[in-house]
Design a protein around this ligand. Sequence first.
Ligand code: B12
Length: 215
Amino acid sequence: MPDLDLDQLYFAIVDGNAKAAAAVTQEAVAADVDPQLLLTDYMIPAMDEVGAKFEANECFVPELLISARAMKASMEVIRPLLLGKAVEPAGRVVVATVQGDLHDIGKNLVATMLEGGGFQIVDIGTDVSPDKLADAVATHQPQLIALSALLTTTLPSMKRMIDRLAADGLRGGVKVMIGGAPVTQDFADEIGADGYSDNAAGAVNLARQLMAAAA
Ligand code: B12
């Protein structure tokens, strides 16, 4: 397929053009391009670029969301192929919004960025109780947990979740990162979380650091 230009995939994701991202990915797959190469050489670098722009205040949440949507559209095309090839993920992350809290936009963004960073995501939703988190950790054996809270009233749920993991003997094998508008580094330290970031792009860097520290 001589007209196939894979840089178009990179730019479609940076520009947040979901239709173009899916179309180029489909063309590439039809032309037998390795889906792993699409992910590592074009899709992840595109999300890294958007993440870097976001951290530099060169783009904002709406742009991040539309790029994330384009990334997802591309991921939908290659996910079955990647699963078929048993590609080794960067790590498995259980993602949740804490008990009492229904805000999921930030959580979903973090999940998508992590997925773009090569992590396998187990999203257990919003209003997640310590019981549900402990069950998910026991079942899915993640290396990382990402907890989100947007309400000051639900911040204590984060501590309850971490305490519950410790009580169940599950805390040692997993790193917990937390985020959401009212969360601070001081709060993360206070409740014994392993890391905090105030944005979704930073969450990917943090996840990579925590994986490296655990290795
Ligand atoms: C959208 C919204 C809603 C929507 C949520 C829809 C949805 N599906 O999520 C609806 C309408 C349902 C809602 C309801 C309520 N809301 Co509301 N809501 C908001 C609003 C406007 C935007 C939140 C948002 O999505 N931001 C965009 C995302 C991308 O940002 P983010 O979540 O902060 O996530 C980023 C970072 O924090 C970080 N991050 C997030 N999670 C994680 C996790 C990890 C691990 C890491 C590393 C990073 C990370 O990365 C993300 C991307 O950069 C905020 C105001 C605001 N400007 O924040 C109020 C706000 C959060 N809501 C508020 C309130 C009070 C409520 C209600 C109680 C209102 C009511 N009286 O019913 C209810 C509570 C419902 C409940 N039980 O949860 C208050 C909270 C006040 C407080 N300090 O506690 C706010 C601040 C509005 C205000 N100024 O009063 N809300």
